[in-house]
Design a protein around this ligand. Structure first.
Ligand SMILES: [Zn+2]
Length: 500
C-alpha cells in the first residue's frame, strides 16, 4: 500500500533523528569534555526542533490517522505499532496551544524550583509551583480524556492495561501480606555489614570485577558497550547497539556490582529483542514495568542469590584479597541482603523497597484524585513512612522532595518499579528452567536464551499483560512476589515460616 510506504519513510526520518539524539546524549553523559556542553545544547535544540516539526507535521499525522482508520487490514505488528503511534500523537491534541505552552513553562520552572528546594530542604520553595503543575495535569485530562479518571490515564500511559483497579489489588495484597513480615524482619538483630560500610575498594579492581561479570552474564560486546557515568543507565539504541553505564564508588562496593547487574538486565533485554523489528517502533522493551522486571530479575533474583555467590565469590575475594579474606561467603551473602528501614527509596534494600513505592502510590492517588492542599502533603508523606516503615523523615529533603519525578509532572511512573519486581518473581516461579542449577553451573547464557524466547524477542509487539501470560502462562498475580520475599528473607533472618 502506498500509504504504508509513506509512513515507513516518515518513520525512518524520525528514527534517524532519534538515533542522532540518543547517541549524542550517551556521549554527553559519558565521555564528552566538560566545555563541549554549550555547543552541544544548541545542536540538540536544533535537531529536536526539526524532529518535533516532522513528527507533528500535518502530513505525518494524516498518514497515521488514515492508517489507524484501516488498522484491521494491516499486518499484526504494523497494526500494533500504528495503535501506539496514534495514541502518542493524539495524546495532547485537544489541549489549547497557549495553555500547553504555559504548562511547559510551569514544568521547567517547577523543576528548577524543586532542585533548589531539595538542596535547601525547604518544601515551601517548590510548593506553589507544584500546585500549579497539579492544576494543569487535572485540567488537561479534562481536555484529553474527559470520561476517564486522571490517575487511571497516567498509570496506563506508562504501563498499558494497569490502572487503579489493578494496582489497588496489588498494593492491598502487599499491605496485608508483606508489611507485617517486613516489620518482623526489622525487629530482628541487625546483620553485620561492616565489610561494606567500613572498607575502601580500589576502583580499578572494581572495574576488573565488572568486566568479569559482563562475561558471566554473556553480554555481547560486539553489540554493546560499557562506560561510566554519574547515574547508571542503559541506552538501547537497537539490538545491535546497547550501551550501559556503571558508577564506581570507592566507599561502597555494592553500587558498581548490583547497579551494574541491574543495568545488565536492561541491556540484555534490549540486546535480545528480535532483529526483525529493528526498523519499526516496536524494537524495544515493552514497558517500564516489563523492563524493571528484567533488570530486577538479574539484579536480585540472580545477582543477590546465594547460588550466584557460591560460584563467583571466590573471584571477588581473589581481586580484593585484603578486604575480603576474613569475610565468609555466608557473611557476604547476608551483608549484601541486609534489611534496614530507610528514608531514601534509591538506597532501599530489596525487601523494604516495595513499601517505598506503596507510599508513593498512596500519595499519587491522593494528589490526583482528591483536592488535598499541597500544604498537607509533607505531613501525609511523613505519616506514611511512620506507618509502613516505622521511621519519620526529619526534613523535606529526605521526605517528599527526594525524587525528581513529580517535578517533571510524572505521576504514575513509580508503581512500575514495584510491579517490575513482582513480575520478576512470577517469572522466577513459573519458568520452565531450573534456575538454581543454571546459576550453579555458571550457565547464565541459558537463562538469557530462555528469556529471549519467552519474553525479550517480542519487543513491544505485545502489551505487558499479554507478555506476562506468554512468559508465565498466567495473568499477573502478586502472590509470587510475597512468596519469594518471605522465602528468601525468612532464611536470612531465621524466621520460621509457619508463623506467617
Ligand atoms: Zn532499572
Amino acid at each position: 500500500m502506498e500509504i504504508i510506504k509513506k509512513y515507513e519513510n516518515y518513520r525512518k526520518i524520525i528514527k534517524s533523528y532519534g538515533f542522532a539524539l540518543s547517541t549524542i546524549s550517551f556521549d554527553a553523559q559519558t565521555i564528552a569534555p566538560k566545555k563541549s556542553a554549550k555547543y552541544r545544547a544548541e545542536m540538540i535544540s536544533t535537531l529536536s526542533g526539526e524532529a518535533f516539526k516532522i513528527s507533528t507535521s500535518d502530513e505525518y499525522i494524516k498518514i497515521v490517522n488514515e492508517l489507524f482508520g484501516i488498522k484491521d487490514q494491516l499486518e499484526e505488528n504494523l497494526k500494533r505499532e500504528i495503535e501506539k503511534v496514534y495514541k502518542d500523537i493524539n495524546r495532547e491534541k485537544n489541549i489549547p496551544k497557549e495553555e500547553y505552552i504555559a504548562f511547559r513553562k510551569t514544568l521547567s520552572l517547577a523543576n528548577t524550583k524543586w532542585e533548589e528546594a531539595k538542596q535547601k530542604s525547604d518544601y515551601n520553595i517548590f510548593k506553589d509551583h507544584f500546585k500549579e503543575l497539579i492544576k494543569y495535569i487535572k485540567k488537561f485530562n479534562e481536555y484529553t480524556n474527559p470520561d476517564e479518571n486522571v490517575y487511571d490515564v497516567k498509570l496506563d500511559d506508562f504501563e498499558e492495561g494497569y490502572t487503579i483497579n489493578k494496582y489497588d489489588e496489588f498494593f492491598e495484597y502487599l499491605k496485608e501480606n508483606l508489611v507485617p513480615f517486613v516489620l518482623e524482619v526489622l525487629s530482628k538483630p541487625e546483620v553485620d555489614d561492616n565489610f561494606i560500610t567500613s572498607k575502601l575498594y580500589d576502583i580499578s579492581k572494581q572495574r576488573e570485577f565488572i568486566n568479569y561479570l559482563l562475561d558471566v552474564f554473556n553480554f555481547d560486546l560486539d553489540r554493546g558497550l560499557l562506560r561510566e557515568s554519574v547515574h547508571p543507565f542503559t541506552s538501547g539504541i537497537n539490538c545491535n547497539d546497547v550501551r550501559l553505564t556503571v558508577r564506581y564508588l570507592e566507599d561502597f562496593l555494592p553500587s558498581s556490582i548490583f547497579a551494574g547487574i541491574h543495568e545488565l538486565g536492561h541491556a540484555l533485554y534490549e540486546q535480545q529483542v528480535s532483529e526483525e523489528l529493528i526498523n519499526t517502533n516496536l524494537a524495544r522493551g515493552a514497558s517500564p514495568g516489563m523492563h524493571e522486571s528484567q533488570s530486577r530479575f538479574y539484579e536480585n533474583i540472580i545477582g543477590k542469590s546465594y547460588d550466584f555467590w557460591q560460584v563467583h565469590y571466590k573471584k571477588l575475594q581473589s581481586i580484593f584479597s585484603n578486604e575480603l579474606t576474613n569475610v565468609s561467603l555466608e557473611d557476604f551473602y547476608k551483608g549484601i541482603n541486609k534489611v534496614k528501614a530507610s528514608l531514601i527509596r534509591v538506597e532501599a534494600d530489596e525487601l523494604t523497597y516495595p513499601l517505598h513505592i506503596l507510599i508513593r502510590y498512596e500519595m499519587e492517588k491522593l494528589i490526583c484524585n482528591t483536592n488535598i492542599s499541597v500544604d498537607e502533603l509533607p505531613k501525609r508523606w511523613n505519616d506514611l513512612y511512620e506507618k509502613y516503615l516505622g521511621i519519620r523523615p526529619n526534613n523535606d529533603s529526605e521526605g517528599i522532595l527526594q525524587d525528581i519525578h513529580w517535578s517533571w509532572g510524572m505521576f504514575g511512573y513509580f508503581p512500575t518499579y514495584a510491579l517490575g519486581s513482582a513480575i520478576a518473581s512470577q517469572i522466577y516461579y513459573k519458568s520452565d528452567i531450573n534456575l538454581e542449577q543454571l546459576i550453579k553451573n555458571n550457565e547464565i547464557y541459558k537463562v538469557n536464551d530462555y528469556l529471549k524466547e519467552h519474553l525479550h524477542k517480542y519487543g513491544s509487539t505485545k502489551s505487558p499483560r499479554e507478555l506476562i501470560k506468554i512468559a508465565t502462562g498466567e495473568d499477573f498475580s502478586p502472590e509470587y512476589y510475597v512468596r519469594y520475599l518471605k522465602d528468601k528473607y525468612s532464611k536470612i533472618y531465621n524466621i520460621s515460616e509457619e508463623k506467617e
